[in-house]
Structures are given as C-alpha cells and as structure tokens.
Design a protein around this ligand. Structure first.
Ligand SMILES: Nc1nc2c(c(=O)[nH]1)N[C@@H](CN(C=O)c1ccc(C(=O)N[C@@H](CCC(=O)O)C(=O)O)cc1)CN2
Length: 292
C-alpha cells in the first residue's frame, strides 16, 4: 500500500478562499475582522509562525495588530496589554504565541484572554465547552486535523484512535474532538508502557510527541490513517515530523506530510475562528438592536 498524502497547503488555500467571501460580506456590513497577535521574545520558530499568521490574515482580509515584546517583559505588563485588547470592542480575536519565556505563566496568560476573543481555544472555559461536546472556540491544530477527515470523508465513528502526546494544545483537545465524533480514544504519553502495542491497534494514529521520526513503519497498523503533528529540526536543520514518513507511507492508507500537512491547517483554522468571532459580533449587535 502507498499512502495518499493529505495536502494541508491545498486544503488550507481552499478554506482561505471561502473565508475571503465571508470577510467581504462582513465588510459590506461595516465590520473588519481584527486579530491581535502577541509575540514575546525571539524564538525563531515562533517568529516564522507569527509571520505566517499575519500573511494568511492579509490574504483573507483580516486586519492584524502585530504586537512584539522583549523576552524580559513581566507577566503583569503582559496581562495589562491583554486587558486593554479584551476591552477594545473593535478587536475580535486575541492570541499570545506559545511558548512563553519562563517568568510568564502560560496558564495565567491563557486564562486572561476573554473566552469570547480566545481564537486559540485554549481558555479553560472553551476547553470545558469542548469536552462537553458544545464547542465555542476550538484549538486550531486539532481543529485543522478534523478538516482532513471531513474533506476526505474518512470515517471516525467506532474507530480506534490512538493519540501519542497529551499536550494542552494538541493531545488533550484532539482526544475530545475524536470522542465527540464517536471514536474510541486512547491517549498515550511518555509514561505509557509498550507504546507500540497501542499504536499498532490504531485505525487512526495521531503523533504529537515532539520527537523526530519517532513512529516507525512497524508501529503502524496496515491501512491506518496517520496524522503527523511533529515539527522537529534534524541535525541538518531540515524540518521533520514525528513519523518516519518514508517507511510509514508504505503501510498507511493516508498520511499528512511534514511540512505541508497539519501546519498550514493550524493557521487556516485561526483565520476561520477569527472570522467566526467577527460574524458573531454582528449577531450580538443585531440582537441588541432588535431587543431595544
Ligand atoms: N498561540 C499559539 N501558539 C502555538 C500554537 C497555536 O496554535 N497557538 N501552535 C504551535 C505553532 N503554530 C502556530 O502557532 C504553528 C506551527 C507550524 C505551522 C506551519 O505552518 N508549519 C509549516 C512549516 C513551517 C516551517 O517551515 O517552519 C508546515 O508544517 O508546513 C503553523 C503554525 C505552537 N504555538
């Protein structure tokens, strides 16, 4: 078997084109979707991701506010800036690029963003809604992964889904989304014993472990759908996923490449969520007008 590659570049472009139309409609109503992107410090990978977010937003017609702070900014200062954007009615979405420098608690920052403006879907209130199968805002990477299943009509209900990695950004929300789609979900992690015994049972295997080429051909059930969330640099500086792509492509039915798989979908979902929040703001205004 040779796996079909799930092309995230192509799918994200398709999604962006549809978003462009939704933004046009919003602009006709006098609303310009506005996203605040906050970057703290000099992490090179984060700079690339943030730049790509601004570029994608520009293509879709979303206005972005580019905020950059030095790595020694205090938590208190950062919280004050977030408060200012929480209170600004022209802002529809706020995100703080992760990871943050050590002196700043990611949990405190995540909790400081108003759930209604939390385009990353990381706020505990939004995570709670997701786990109760009533999502308001969804973490962009797992949300992007779900788009592949929808686009290619890959069945989820009743399938064994095995997730390798339990991060707040990917593993945990991914588990909730798969569960909400009636999968049987197993979340494995660094303390899991005999990991391969779990991964070989997976109809859908999601690797989000942060270790280059960690999942090998022999860890994969023939015909499985394999999603590679990894974003690792090898010795030569080349970007490699968590899946040994060449070998796994010989046994999987579908596989997301790295680069060009899950990454671009993360950014497309951020755009989608920002537009959704802007649309919601119109509905709120309309409701207030009709009630007055
Ligand atoms: N506030 C957030 N921080 C982080 C998130 C997030 O969703 N919100 N996720 C990751 C980083 N990330 C988005 O921010 C992200 C990672 C990778 C890509 C991407 O398009 N990757 C490309 C390759 C890019 C390269 O050459 O390095 C690909 O896979 O093709 C987009 C977004 C952690 N932080």
């Amino acid at each position: 078997m040779v796996a079909k590659l799930l092309d995230g570049k192509e799918l994200s472009k398709e999604i962006r084109n549809k978003l462009e139309q939704r933004v046009k409609i919003l602009k006709e109503k006098g609303i310009i979707p506005k996203l605040v992107v906050i970057l703290v410090g000099e992490d090179e990978a984060s700079k690339v991701y943030v730049r790509n977010k601004h570029r994608a937003a520009e293509k879709v017609g979303i206005k972005t506010i580019d905020i950059k702070f030095p790595k020694n900014i205090t938590e208190k200062e950062l919280l004050l800036h977030i408060k200012k954007y929480n209170e600004d009615n022209s802002v529809h979405g706020i995100l703080v690029q992760l990871p943050l420098p050590k002196q700043i608690s990611e949990e405190k920052i995540t909790c400081a963003i108003e759930p209604e403006k939390d385009v990353d879907g990381f706020h505990p209130v939004n995570i709670g809604h997701l786990f109760m199968n009533n999502p308001h805002s969804l973490p962009c990477t797992p949300h992007g992964i779900m788009q592949f299943f929808e686009k290619y009509k890959l069945p989820i209900a009743g399938k064994n889904v095995v997730i390798v990695g339990r991060s707040n950004i990917v593993g945990r929300p991914m588990a909730a989304m798969m569960l909400n789609n009636d999968a049987t979900v197993t979340v494995t992690h660094s303390k899991t014993k005999n990991l391969s015994e779990f991964t070989r049972q997976a109809d859908i295997l999601i690797a989000a472990v942060g270790r280059a080429s960690f999942i090998k051909k022999e860890d994969v059930k023939p015909g499985a759908v394999v999603i590679d969330v990894g974003m690792n640099r090898n010795g030569e500086g080349k970007l490699v996923g968590d899946v040994e792509q060449k070998g796994v492509a010989e046994v999987a039915s579908y596989l997301t490449p790295v680069p060009g798989g899950v990454g671009p979908m993360t950014i497309a979902m951020l755009m989608e969520q920002t537009v959704k929040f802007a649309e919601r703001s119109v509905q709120i205004v309309n409701r207030k007008v009709s009630n007055s």
